[in-house]
Design a protein around this ligand. Sequence first.
Ligand code: ZN
Length: 409
Amino acid sequence: MNKRIIAGQLLQEIATGVCGLVPGAVVIQDERITDIIEGEIPASADAGGLQALICPGFIDAHLHLPQFDIVGAHGLPLLDWLSGVTFPAEQRWDDPAFAAGMTRCAARRLLASGTVSFASYATVHHEATKAAMQCVEALGMKAAVGQVLMNRNAIPELCRSTSQLLQEAASLADAFPPESRVEFAVTPRFAVTCTEDLLIGAGALAAEKGALIQTHLAETVPECQKVDELFGGVSYVNVYRNANLLSGKSVLGHGVHLDTHDLMLLHEANSVVAHCPVANSFLGSGAMNRSGLQRHGVRLALGSDIGAGYEISMVRVARAMIETAAATGDAFPSAAEAWHLITAGNADALGWSEVGRLRVGASADLLVVQPDIPWLSGGIDPLAMLMFGWNDRWISQTLIRGHCCFRQG
Ligand SMILES: [Zn+2]
């Protein structure tokens, strides 16, 4: 591929966990970033310009591909929303062609919103999960996708035997190993819909294959009570810990209702909690105590949790994180930290080194953003201006491996 130069204000990590702006250019060749030039913004660039933001594509650490069509089912708490809205929708993935079509639509919407990489749940359907993964692979996106493991407390059409689920998951783990662009994630939905033997099998499979683990944890109080009932009073975190599901490769969605002991265990395991503020407010699940998790050294990621989350844009999810913290009187992150979280921070949380940063050698997965506000005129933090005034239509191009896969207009 010919060399291309993309110029503008580069979003760069300027200190640990903090992004800043550096004028310059990114040189792309053969799908990778081959050089970063800092200082001047060259007038001869192929894309960008003096007022452009050039940033790594956004990464979503928690979403559900089969739920893109049910966004907005408002007014139900989690367990009713699952049985009344989500499970009927996920049944449609019984047809792998439907799953592939839906994945293509979802990916198009993600790319138009600047999200180039994600960790996603599929459904319990093996063939549909495979079809979705092949579809994401064909688009070139970096992603982790998991067949949902579920053997109880769901409609019968969505429950499978433990042995069938583990066998199918193992075959997908072999077909999509951790080093591949689309990797398999061991994905027990949550403790309510999994028996102990399934959780233990999932933990063993993840260890054997070196796979990512994703599941939900302590999203709502009734869910926590149900887990307590089902597992004879063993704490939610310990249910996962006992099944070897807590490791440095575990991404646990939500973590809203956790006590100090839970946080210590999560820290000890080096596991990640994927904060999903939009979904939490939508389902009335509660507000995560973000700074409390940070104080205990728990690693954090950020997710849209589509379809309980209704915001596809990771910038607006980041804004919701700031607003949630502010509304609960919690210390809130700066825009510079929030920009870091939806790019390099989520990449680190998912163990991905090829995306999330503008650096030499990385895959050229990046955004050319042309804001129509005077964000560089001084006086106000430009990254805060972008975050709070964000408009998806500012994204003029989304590049995956150096190829333009979305263009505005
Ligand atoms: Zn979720």
